[in-house]
Design a protein around this ligand. Sequence first.
Ligand code: COA
Length: 276
Amino acid sequence: MRRSLRARSRDFVLEWIPAGLELLVRLRFILIDNESMRLAPKGEVVDIWIVDLSVAEQTLQRAQTVLSEDELQRSRRFRFPVDCRRFVMARANLRRILASYLHVAAQTLVFDYSEYGKPTLSRPPSQMRFNVSRSGERALIACTQGREVGVDIEKERQDIEIDDLAKRFFSAPENAKLQAFPLPDRYQAFLRCWTCKEAFVKAVGRGLSLGLDKFDVSLGIGEPGSGGATSTEKFSVDGWSLTPIVSNTLEGYISAAAVEGAGIELRVRTPDEIPG
Ligand SMILES: CC(C)(COP(=O)(O)OP(=O)(O)OC[C@H]1O[C@@H](n2cnc3c(N)ncnc32)[C@H](O)[C@@H]1OP(=O)(O)O)[C@@H](O)C(=O)NCCC(=O)NCCS
C-alpha cells in the first residue's frame, strides 16, 4: 500500500533531523578539540602570554570573581590599590589561561606552593608548568608541559645603582661585560643580565636563595654597539635554555625566559586569543 506524502515527510523528519543534529553536535566537539589543540603548548613549545594589567574598575571586579579565598585575602593585604589591581589581574589571567588549556572553569583550579614559594597546579592533575612575573603594568605568564619554566620582566628605569648591584650579585665575567657598555646603554644591559638571572632562579624554583653569582649569563647581556646592544639569541646554562623575550607590546620593559632542556620555541601570545 502506498504511504501518503504526509506520512513519508513525517518519517523523514523523525529519522533524519535527529541524525543531522547528532552530526552537528559531533562536529562541534571536533572543532572545540581543534581549538584547544591550537591553544595548548606541546613538545618544545613554551607560550609566553603578555598581559596588560591596566584595566578599568569593571574588569577588575570581574577578575576578582575567579580568585580563591586565599588569593583575595592576599590581594587585600597590599598597601596601595595599584599593587592590589596588578596582582589580581595577573592571577585572574593566569587562571583563565590555564583553565582554557585544561577545559575547566577558572575558579576550580587549585594552586600549591613549594617551600620557596613557587606556585604549581595541584588540581586538576596535569603536566602543565607555568611561571609568572610582574613589573609596572605588564605581567608575563609562561606556560608549557612537562618541563620547568621561569620568567622575569622588569620595567626599564635609570634610578638604580646598577654598578653596586652588579658587584653584589653578578659573576666576574658578567661584571666585565657590563662595564664595556657606556652609560646610558648600561642600564638596559644590566636589566638584560638581571632578567636572565631571575628567570633562571625562578625556573629552578629556588628564587634568590639559589645565589645569583653562582652561574653565568653574560651571553644574555649582548654586545656593546652603536645605540646600545640587543640580544635576542637563546643560549644555554647547565641544561637550561635562556631566551630574551622581545615584542612590540613590551616596549619599555626587558624580559627573559628560562626553560628546562634544549631546542625550545617561544610563542608570544596575548589573552585576547583565549576562546570564550
Ligand atoms: C621568586 C622571586 C625571585 C620573585 O621575584 P620578583 O622580581 O619580586 O617578582 P616577580 O614578579 O618576577 O615574580 C613573582 C611571581 O613569581 C612566582 N614565584 C614566587 N616564588 C617563586 C619561586 N621560588 N620560584 C619561581 N617562581 C616563584 C609567583 O608566581 C609570583 O607571583 P605572585 O606574586 O603573583 O604570586 C623572589 O621573590 C624570591 O627569591 N623568592 C624566594 C623566597 C624564598 O626563598 N622563600 C623561602 C621561604 S621564606
